[in-house]
Design a protein around this ligand. Structure first.
Ligand SMILES: CCCCCCCC(=O)SCCNC(=O)CCNC(=O)[C@H](O)C(C)(C)COP(=O)(O)OP(=O)(O)OC[C@H]1O[C@@H](n2cnc3c(N)ncnc32)[C@H](O)[C@@H]1OP(=O)(O)O
Length: 146
């Protein structure tokens, strides 16, 4: 729902990995309004969750959000391309401490911190839905297993 290109209702986030960081952009519009002209905080929280979750890829650790805090520092205006950045601050066994920012130019609009928990890919098999084939090797290089 945030960056999936197969979903026409996605939030239009694009991300890529540079070294161990996730960088990206998002351009919100009137579909994502809270107050007129301003992005809904829930949209920003969804973007933050997904952005921090993308760090699981360079970390090569499948994981899920256990808890997340989003601080809203400045209004996020619709119609502006905002920059996204996220990284892993610390790994403590299965606990993955992520941080990220959503910026409009030099202004940090929102910052986020989350605890992700490293899980085995089988975590998602309980839904009964098929997993993307490339998830099969996810976590193969992780030095500890859930
Ligand atoms: C590339 C993909 C991008 C996707 C981005 C989107 C990310 C998401 O939205 S994920 C969806 C939302 N999150 C979920 O559905 C998670 C639901 N929760 C769960 O499945 C489980 O509670 C889970 C896996 C997090 C933890 O369960 P479990 O594996 O049994 O571990 P558990 O033993 O309870 O906890 C492990 C450790 O984490 C700690 N912990 C767990 N939850 C929390 C929490 N909420 N706050 C603080 N600490 C926590 C525990 O205290 C424990 O610590 P310790 O080892 O020191 O005792």
């Amino acid at each position: 729902m945030v960056c999936g290109t197969a979903n026409s209702a996605n939030l239009g986030v694009t991300v890529h990995v540079e070294d161990d960081r996730v960088l990206g952009t998002v351009l919100l519009d009137t579909r994502h309004a809270g107050a007129p002209g301003f992005a809904h905080g829930g949209a920003l929280a969804a973007i933050m969750d997904d952005l921090l979750g993308q760090v699981l890829i360079p970390l090569d650790r499948p994981g899920v959000t256990a808890t997340m805090t989003v601080d809203f520092h400045a209004p996020a205006l619709l119609g502006r391309t905002m920059d996204l950045e996220a990284w892993c601050e610390r790994v403590d066994g299965r606990k993955l401490h992520m941080r990220g920012e959503i910026r409009d130019g030099e202004t940090v609009v929102a910052s986020g911190s989350a605890l992700f928990i490293h899980v085995d890919v089988s975590h998602w098999e309980t839904s009964g839905h098929a997993l993307p084939p490339h998830w099969a090797g996810w976590g193969a290089t992780a030095d500890s297993k859930p």
